[in-house]
Design a binder for this molecule. Structure first.
Ligand code: NAP
Length: 451
């Protein structure tokens, strides 16, 4: 492990059982200073936001010294653990937690957060024991965003199409045994309010051996609204409508009549209760409140009509958005919005502290959004540095963090450690023709590093 390094990164394993201590000043601010000729900057989190912020700082301040910290044993955050394995070109999005549904029965076995499910097939150590039960016929995904489509696609894709991705072997094995034939993707609003994008929808429509189910009745009266919508929204809705109304060609008709798998969109349905099996041991269905829209366009609100509908299923995946978590009691946090209050990345009321990514603006946007936003935070920081607005005085930097880790008995791993683990993963993947076989067990990773 290099100590004072320039343009190199430190990876630190911060076990969940030992959260950073609460204190009046964030510990990283006590150790890092940005006023010297060689500003010392600490970036917490090595996902896309952390890396892009670091990249901007190093590129635009050649003397900057950036220490990049990560609680996992391996870097890249949700680039590694969040993006669907069959989307290697996207590799984006992240936050620490998922939004709870807040409905009765949410804790029943068979109800999972999409975040945990995504973590499971992507090899996130904390989700490696998830063991989702895929022995049921029907799964319901709540929410109509891109994460919902990612999860539906992984459930519906013939497993042989995933074999050459970096999906974990355990997840691939479970998907091979899966009996899930139908996936319902449920939204509380209508076709004009879906949160997913056209590319992801098109992929779903084209899934081999899988029939899309969209009800044309959901589009009644929408023609004028579609015309008024923005171009991307218009194209997306037209594709949905085309899917709802298109008749299969003759040669496809037989397959459509009894497809091996099907997925469908249910609109105007808000989750009300997870229904238990007769023995109360697991999920047997979901009760949905039928809704109608108040208002128009993106801002329209779903209000219950008073009708309800029960949808039988053996698996419920809640995909209603991600949520950032507070990092330390001394760092301001808005629990309602799930963000650190900030102005252009400057954390409100804490000089010298900045934020990027989903904790800055909320859990929306793809990797390009995070890149732009992280560059802006880097720019703000360097402007403040130039204007003399940052804390000054000598700070020990990584030396102090190293001493702290040592006092807590934590052995940090470094970038060169990651390179060793990376080589091991790549070599294990080669045998199966995969880009890598991810290591899932932190203890095994430490053993491989000779710890
Ligand atoms: P999202 O895009 O915010 O979608 C969340 C969905 O959950 C919406 O349909 C929302 O409906 C619904 N929802 C929220 N609260 C609900 C509630 N209480 N009850 C019922 N439904 C509720 O979130 P996401 O899918 O987690 O994606 C997060 C971000 O990552 C997005 O910006 C997404 O585009 C991005 N992402 C991109 C890719 C990619 O590029 N391939 C892949 C994955 C994720 P309302 O609209 O009615 O609130």
């Amino acid at each position: 492990m290099a100590t004072r390094c320039w343009r190199r990164w430190h990876w630190s394993a911060w076990p969940r059982t030992r959260p950073p201590p609460a204190g009046s000043t964030p510990s990283f601010l006590r150790q890092f200073s940005t006023q010297e000729q060689t500003p010392q900057i600490c970036v917490v989190g090595s996902g896309p936001a952390g890396f892009y912020t670091t990249q901007y700082l190093l590129k635009h301040h050649p003397q900057a010294h950036v220490d990049l910290y990560e609680k996992q044993l391996v870097p890249f955050g949700l680039v590694r653990f969040g993006v669907a394995p069959d989307h290697p070109e996207v590799k984006s999005y992240g936050a620490e937690d998922h939004q709870a549904l807040g409905i009765p029965g949410e804790e029943l076995p068979g109800v999972l957060s999409a975040r945990a499910f995504v973590g499971w097939y992507n090899g996130l150590p904390e989700n490696r024991e998830l063991a989702p039960d895929l022995s049921c016929d029907t799964a319901v995904i709540l929410g109509q965003g891109n994460v919902a489509l990612d999860v539906a696609r992984i459930l519906m894709t013939p497993p042989e199409h995933l074999e050459k991705t970096d999906i974990t072997e355990a997840a691939l094995g479970a998907l091979r045994q899966s009996r899930v034939k139908t996936v319902w993707i449920v939204g509380r609003r209508g076709p004009l309010q879906v949160a997913f994008t056209i590319k992801e929808l098109r992929e779903m429509i084209q899934l081999p051996g899988t029939r899309p189910i969209v009800d044309s009745a959901d589009f009644l009266g929408l023609q004028d609204r579609i015309k008024e919508a923005s171009r991307p929204r218009k194209r997306l809705t037209e594709l949905l409508l085309q899917t709802a109304t298109e008749k299969p060609e003759v040669k496809e008709a037989a397959r459509w009549a009894s497809p091996p798998r099907a997925w469908g969109l249910r609109f105007f349905r808000s989750p009300q209760q997870v229904l238990p099996s007769p023995d109360g041991e697991r999920v047997a269905g979901i009760r949905l409140a039928v809704t109608r829209l108040e208002g128009v366009g993106e801002a329209a609100r779903a209000v219950p009509t008073g009708d309800i509908e029960d949808l039988p299923c053996g698996l419920v995946l809640s995909s209603v958005g991600y949520k950032s978590c507070p990092i330390d009691t001394s760092v301001p946090f808005d629990p309602k919005l799930g963000v650190i209050p900030n102005v252009e990345g400057r954390v409100v009321d804490v000089s010298g502290l900045y934020c990027s990514g989903w904790v800055k603006r909320g859990p929306t946007g793809v990797i390009a959004t995070t890149m732009t936003d992280s560059f802006l935070t880097g720019q703000t920081l360097l402007q403040d540095l130039k204007a003399g607005l940052l804390p000054s005085g000598p700070r020990p930097g990584y030396a102090a963090i190293q001493a702290l880790l040592s006092r807590r008995g934590i052995q940090p791993t470094s970038f060169s450690d990651w390179e060793k683990l990376d080589a091991e993963e790549v070599s294990r993947g080669q045998a199966a023709g995969k880009p890598r076989e991810k290591l899932l067990d932190p203890q095994e990773m430490l053993r491989l590093l000779g710890r």
